[in-house]
Design a protein around this ligand. Structure first.
Ligand code: 5AD
Ligand code: SF4
Length: 441
């Protein structure tokens, strides 16, 4: 029997889908080449915004209509609970975000319909990886206890739990032996690593004298042979401490990029959201990173149209974004999620006004991205090659440490080009979202 996994949502979901693929293959199922070819389709769902959820549910409906054995996993399942079978009466199985390790058994037993929402993780399901690539996601922290007013994630992904450091390090060492050179550490709020439960054994000391669990983890991963780049996402601004900045400075393998969702530039809105920082505190965190390295790449998420967001609040967001000089940003129109604190507030910014604010911030980012990237013209970027450029296959594409997309003429580079190979690219041209250059040497 052949299976396929379709993924919606964030990198956590991408990672969980990879683990499911690995577990399914280990259980004797074959990965299908295409949807037509698949007997079993598993859809990994997101529920962060209403639209995201509808996409996954719609896709599941299509797969059911196409007579596939259809399963839904992930965040939307946990939100809907047993109601998922009201929306999709012919769905075969549904599993919550922590139960994906059960999928191979559920499929082989074939007792449908089946619903699994348990909070207990299936042992070893977190460390299952598919062989082959040079980049890998590694989950270090599950769930979230931040409780921002608008966010449904704590309800669906459960309480925060940090995996023990030795478990994470063993997983990364094993990946490195299989050829992985770049790891991206994942969690809803990775800088809270080790905040709720202890992750280091008492006899483990930090050679560099780090006391905070997350910088210590960066130090330890830096020492894993074969790992060349360390990334992580996503981060809450409260966790951007002096030790973290020091770690960025001391460990060259740690990429100088931080995705630091700000959500709003208005102190009034930030307080209503329960973000526990001010505009000023956020900006000083960004300043510390740019003092370390003016090229430090800072990216963000912003919500427009939060309940009660006035034109003045919105202006505060605009000016904050300019002051922070974001290298990239993702703008989301507020959407109330059932059961969250803000869902009890009137969703009072009209849809057209949310749309307008979205467009304004997107245009600002176009201009700002171009400005930021223009400063890199003439510099040489250390890039790891990802493959032919999607837009123009005569070009190669890769990313620099700041997670910036860099493209250059393939004929400048030796062939055949190994994905994951390092390249040095001198930048000749800047766009808002990409850098164009030529291979050096
Ligand atoms: N409405 C709109 N955007 C949201 N996000 C989270 N919850 C909501 C919501 N209810 C955005 C935040 C977060 C990103 C992943 O999604 O900006 O950082
Ligand atoms: Fe979507 Fe959030 Fe779940 Fe990621 S954790 S898939 S963004 S709901």
């Amino acid at each position: 029997m052949k299976f396929l996994v379709h993924t919606y949502g964030c990198q956590m979901n991408v990672r969980d889908s990879e683990a499911v693929e690995s577990l399914m293959v280990a259980a004797g199922y074959e990965k299908a080449a295409s949807e037509d070819d698949a007997d079993i389709v598993i859809i990994n769902s997101c529920t962060v915004r209403q639209k995201a959820e509808e996409k996954a549910v719609g896709k599941a409906g299509n797969m059911i209509a196409a007579r596939k054995i259809t399963g839904l996993m992930g965040c939307a399942v946990k939100r809907m609970g047993a109601d998922v079978f009201k929306r999709l009466p012919k769905l075969d199985f549904a599993v919550g975000p922590r139960s994906f390790g059960l999928i191979p058994r559920i499929v082989s037993e074939g007792r449908f319909p089946r619903l699994e929402l348990g909070d207990g993780l299936v042992p070893d399901s977190l460390s299952a990886h598919v062989d082959g690539g040079w980049q890998s996601f590694v989950t270090i922290l599950l769930g979230c206890d931040n409780r921002c007013s608008y966010c449904i994630v704590p309800d669906v992904r459960g309480h925060e739990y940090s995996r023990p450091a030795r478990e994470v390090l063993a997983e990364i060492s094993a990946l490195a032996k299989r050829g992985v050179r770049e790891v991206c550490l994942l969690g809803q709020s990775v800088l809270r690593y080790g905040a709720r439960n202890s992750v280091w054994d008492a006899d483990e000391a930090s050679p560099g004298g780090y006391t905070e669990p997350f910088p210590r983890l960066l130090e330890a991963i830096s020492a894993v042979p074969g790992i060349e780049r360390i990334r992580f996402t996503s981060a809450h601004p409260k966790g951007c401490t002096r030790e973290l900045v020091r770690a960025y400075g001391e460990f060259p393998k740690v990429c100088r990029h931080l995705h630091l969702p700000v959500q709003s530039g208005s102190d009034r809105i930030l307080s209503g959201m329960g973000r526990h920082y001010t505009r000023g505190e956020y900006l000083s965190a960004v300043r510390a990173l740019r003092e370390l390295d003016p090229e430090f790449s800072v990216t963000t998420d912003v919500i427009v149209g939060y309940p009660g967001e006035t034109e003045e609040d919105f202006e505060q967001t605009r000016t904050l974004m300019d002051e922070a000089g974001f290298d990239n940003s993702f703008i989301f129109k507020y959407s109330p999620r059932p059961g969250t604190r803000s869902a009890a507030l009137p969703d009072d910014v009209p849809a057209e006004e949310k749309e307008r604010r979205d467009q304004v911030l997107l245009a600002d980012q176009e201009r700002r991205g171009l400005q930021r990237n223009s400063r890199l013209v003439g510099t040489v970027r250390e890039v790891l090659v990802e493959g032919p450029s999607k837009r123009n296959p005569a070009r190669l594409s890769g990313r620099d440490g700041g997670n910036r997309i860099v493209v250059w003429d393939a004929k400048d580079s030796p062939r055949p080009f190994a994905s994951g190979a390092p390249a040095r690219i001198r930048i000749t041209q800047a766009h808002a979202q990409t850098l164009v250059g030529e291979a050096v040497d």
